[in-house]
Design a binder for this molecule. Structure first.
Ligand SMILES: [Zn+2]
Length: 177
């Protein structure tokens, strides 16, 4: 598979406000790549006052680039599943990878939050909980390769805006619908 990050790399001089001209790469984040970043967003600054990680830090990690030499442009915004808010480059988010699968599901359950994942292990944890009758907040699972990239961000937005968390209790839903 080719690199999903579309590179629009060109040199931009910062000499108008920085005495040492530095090369800044402008990286266009396409839908496919954005979808890989989406599971990292647990909540955003609009719905969680503790959200403190700028979304572009997550993009740095996923692209393996450094924020000091990279600016990102999102082809379209990511979606916060909790409030339906738009996530842009500088939006502060709560990063899901701080936690392992099981504590992560505990945390979203405790906070009453929906979790979007592309991680098979998390799917196993959810399935196991359902089998053993342990309550958890809903999980939306999208297989990385099978998901229809074009539709999923819209599906997520729809879920975030139209459904009630109660409906999601102990439920695992697969994308695309
Ligand atoms: Zn939010």
């Amino acid at each position: 598979m080719s690199d999903p990050v579309e590179r629009n790399s060109y040199s931009m001089s910062r000499d108008s406000f920085d005495p040492s001209p530095e090369k800044i790469d402008i990286i266009l984040i396409g839908q496919a790549f954005l979808f890989r970043a989406q599971p990292r967003i647990l909540s955003c600054e609009a719905c969680n006052p503790d959200a403190e990680i700028p979304f572009d830090w997550i993009l740095d990690q996923l692209t393996g680039r450094s924020g000091s030499t990279t600016d990102y442009v999102l082809q379209l915004p990511a979606t916060c599943l909790q409030c339906g808010g738009e996530i842009c480059e500088k939006t502060l988010v709560d990063d899901a990878t701080r936690l392992d699968d099981s504590p992560l599901l505990d945390r979203t359950t405790e906070l009453g939050r929906l979790l979007f994942s592309q991680d098979k292990d998390l799917l196993k944890v959810a399935t196991e909980r359902r089998r053993t009758g342990i309550t958890f907040a809903g999980v939306i699972y999208a297989h990385q390769l099978r998901v229809t990239i074009g539709r999923s961000p819209e599906d997520l937005e729809l879920i975030a805006k139209a459904t009630d968390l109660e409906e999601w209790r102990n439920r695992v839903e697969f994308l695309p619908f």
